[in-house]
Design a protein. Structure first.
Length: 358
């Protein structure tokens, strides 16, 4: 079936639909990964967004049961240049088309994703619509597209109740702002006992399990909208060692009176170079975020930049000097080929052990 992709600036692309038919409005972003489309689809940080993949052929290894980061796809729509309908991989249980159809996600293929990405890079992330309706009229829908907002995305994707994972090691309280499952797996792999708390949990609730450390997860949306979550982090700082990732990194900065801003088109992909300033080494990292910390807003007496993006110089990590706390913007659990940045989990384990002994 024919489909149309229309942007809020009036640009229209024509292609073919896959997944379900209908229409959906969302914020359109691009991901530069050559593989990992299943992880992208199920990453809760994409809540409210329509994702375009810059790599041209998507779906060639199908969909499996292992490479998922949440219970279902989180994107509102999916855009590809060419969809593979006959996947070949020993783990594959269904095609990408079947998977999206089963999960009620609209897709469009056959458009020039290079041109779309260029528009988003030049003009910035913008809102748009995918529609399979024959009588689609952009003029009549333009205001609706422009007015679209992602409403309370963190509370849409967070856990509904506390989830407990057994372990014989250190006890970690993990705040779920839209967690990727590999964060949990990375902790369990290191023997940790893990309690996953909903995003709205109070500091008292979190401390009631007497954790050895606290992790702040990734998640979707504008960090400044998470007012109660920021207050909870303020109440937790200094009580236990804390490690924050992505949205958790941004919320911690806001809790320390720093500021954040929206990037022109964000960092989304598995090939972003980040330098660890202390190690003087650069790593290839996986990222998915649209906001960053404003460096001039940081209190340098308490905060120092630990990691920096080698493409645009933005802050990728912060170390706090007066409390046992560090955060990173990228995803050390994501394994975008290398697993080099997994050392950050080991650093968190060491921090918890030292704090427990002191």
């Amino acid at each position: 079936m024919k489909a149309v992709l229309a942007l809020e600036d009036g640009t229209i692309f024509y292609g073919n639909s896959f997944g379900i038919t209908g229409e959906i409005i969302g914020e359109i972003v691009f991901n530069t990964g050559m593989t990992g489309y299943q992880e992208v689809l199920t990453d809760p940080s994409y809540c409210g967004q329509i994702v375009t993949m810059t790599y041209p052929l998507i779906g060639n290894y199908g969909v499996n049961l292992e490479d998922i980061e949440s219970s279902k796809p989180q994107v509102r729509g999916f855009i590809v240049r060419e969809l593979c309908r006959t996947p070949s991989n020993w783990r594959s249980i269904e095609s990408l088309n079947e998977y999206l159809k089963r999960n009620n996600i609209i897709g469009i293929e056959g458009i020039d994703t290079r041109a779309l990405t260029r528009i988003l890079r030049d003009k910035g992330t913008m809102k748009g619509i995918i529609s399979t309706y024959e009588n689609f009229d952009l003029e009549s829908r333009l205001e609706e597209i422009k007015q679209y907002t992602i409403k309370d995305p963190v509370h849409q994707v967070t856990a509904r109740e506390v989830i407990h994972y057994e372990g014989k090691g250190l006890k970690v309280a993990l705040l779920d702002y839209g967690i990727k499952q590999n964060i949990i797996r990375s902790l369990l792999k290191r023997g940790c006992e893990v309690y996953v708390f909903p995003a709205w949990s109070s500091a008292e609730d979190i401390l009631s399990v007497n954790p050895d450390g606290i992790m702040l997860s990734n998640g979707p949306g504008d960090p400044k909208d998470c007012i109660s979550e920021i207050e909870t982090i303020k109440a937790l700082m200094g009580k236990k060692p804390i490690f924050g990732i992505c949205l958790g990194h941004q919320l911690t900065a806001l809790a320390n009176n720093a500021d954040t801003e929206k990037l022109k088109y964000g960092h989304r992909g598995c090939n972003h170079p980040v330098k660890d300033l202390e190690k003087d080494l650069t790593y290839i990292t996986s990222q998915n975020h649209g906001y960053t910390i404003i460096e001039d807003s940081m209190d340098n007496s308490r905060m120092e930049v630990s990691h920096r993006n080698m493409n645009d110089g933005t802050i990728e990590g912060v170390r706090y000097k007066d409390v046992p706390l560090f955060t990173v913007q990228f995803h050390p659990e994501a394994s975008p080929g290398p697993t080099d940045t997994a050392y950050l989990f080991d650093g968190f384990i060491d921090m918890m052990k030292k704090h427990k002994q002191s």
